[in-house]
Design a protein around this ligand. Structure first.
Ligand code: NAD
Ligand code: MG
Length: 391
């Protein structure tokens, strides 16, 4: 029996993970579920899965949840706050930590899991974008395992040499480059001028995937692919030049590895996050995920096109931040989080997301990013700069 802590259980990845776990009750048991402030949803999950602990970031929400748990006579202990998130991520009884909190808030509990040597299923790409250097260092030093849940990185992981325990290092494996596929989001066929007027409702309506609000907007700007380029850089030790992006509107090929002998290995499947989640959970074995088998005749076509930086300036900004190094990618991430929130609150236009990030990147000096304090300080400064630019 493997014990699992699921950080961000009420989100899109959280719910998909619970769906997979519920199919294998003899293999996995839940130690802790966590959420920001969704009391009702977390309570329902506690009723169904009876975790040892439930953590809410928000104190008031934790009190409400605690009351409901008592009334229902459940054996779950309710905790509150950031410290508690870290505690359930590093607890000695836990084997697997699923990092499915959205944004910068996921960094500290993910780092705690790495320092405690856990098997980490990483969905929270922002943690690697903010401090890839520190997180990878903590993983290697403490013999943790970082298993990518992001579908593209999970695809790459599956296309790497079988039986290779050192999957984080590409050296000497005959790999030329990786190709990350991108659907292009809901606005891939829009003319540039039309992008000025798109609404938050249109931006979160992704054509192929059902996801949380923030990542849905990131997919519409293609910052999501930018963040994934940075994520791939840290996960697999690749340079910018070895990471290509190609538009692939069907989201059937989830990414590819191009080897020096001309072989290109791809991983395919229906666009359903339960596949990479099940793969990372059971690796190196395979378990049922509940995903419908792929019907290639029904898909009938696989199309590919170049990603245009004029249409998707956020993608270019991400490559630029990666090239600059140090905390530049943390600054990019923080400015993006503030800009996306402002767009969702109708404070700025869709096209102003990229402008806000470009402004912050060009007005803030990055540091080396060798300490957590530097990363967190530069993250804060970037948020303040982005807010002042927006207002
Ligand atoms: P979501 O918004 O649906 O869920 C976020 C979860 O995090 C919720 O449980 C929420 O309660 C919790 N949370 C939010 N803010 C928090 C805070 N400050 N402190 C503690 N908990 C907090 O997001 P999602 O779509 O599930 O995405 C989660 C992560 O996975 C993101 O980093 C995203 O980029 C990544 N990801 C998602 C998908 C997908 O298909 N949804 C695919 C690949 C990667
Ligand atoms: Mg992805």
């Amino acid at each position: 029996m493997q014990l699992v802590t699921l950080l961000g259980s009420t989100g899109s990845i959280g719910e998909s993970t619970l769906d997979v776990l519920a199919r294998h009750p003899e293999q996995y048991q839940i130690y802790a579920l966590t959420a920001n402030c969704s009391v009702e949803k977390l309570f329902e999950q506690c009723q169904k899965f009876e975790p040892t602990k439930a953590v809410m970031l928000d104190e008031d929400s934790a009190e409400k949840l605690s009351k409901k748990i008592k009334e229902a006579n459940l054996n779950t202990k309710v905790l509150a706050g950031e410290q508690a998130l870290q505690q359930v991520a590093e607890h000695s009884a836990v084997d697997y930590v699923v990092a499915a909190i959205v944004g910068a808030a996921g960094l500290l509990p993910t780092l705690s899991a790495a320092k405690a040597g856990k098997h980490i299923l990483l969905a929270n790409k922002e943690a690697l974008v903010m401090s890839g250097h520190l997180l990878m260092q903590a993983v290697e030093k403490n013999r943790a395992t970082l298993l990518p849940v992001d579908s593209e990185h999970n695809a790459i992981w599956q296309c790497l040499p079988v039986g290779d325990k050192q999957r984080y290092h590409f050296d000497g494996k005959g790999i030329r480059r990786i190709i990350l596929t991108a659907s292009g989001g809901p606005f891939r066929d829009y003319a540039l001028a039309e992008l000025e007027h798109v609404t938050p409702e249109q931006a979160v309506a992704h054509p192929n995937w059902s996801m949380g609000q923030k990542i849905s907007v990131d997919s519409a700007t293609m910052m999501n692919k930018g963040l994934e380029v940075i994520e791939a850089h840290w996960l697999f030790g690749l340079s910018n030049q070895q990471i290509d992006v190609v538009l692939h509107r069907q989201s059937i090929i989830h990414s590819m590895v191009d080897y020096v002998d001309g072989s290109v290995l791809a991983q395919m499947g229906n666009p359903d996050m339960r596949t990479p989640i099940a793969n990372a959970l059971a690796w190196p074995k395979r378990i049922d995920s509940g995903v419908v088998p792929l019907d290639l005749v029904e898909v009938s076509q696989l199309n590919f096109a170049k990603a245009n930086y004029q249409h998707f300036p956020c993608l270019a900004l991400a490559y630029q931040a990666l090239e600059s190094g140090g905390t530049s990618t943390a600054i990019l991430n923080a400015a993006n989080e503030v800009a996306v929130e402002a767009f969702l609150n109708r404070q700025i236009k869709f096209t102003e997301i990229a402008k806000t990030i470009a402004y912050v990147l060009s007005h803030q000096t990055a540091s080396s990013g060798e300490t957590l304090e530097q990363v967190l300080a530069d993250d804060q400064t970037a948020r303040e700069l982005a807010r002042s630019y927006i207002s």
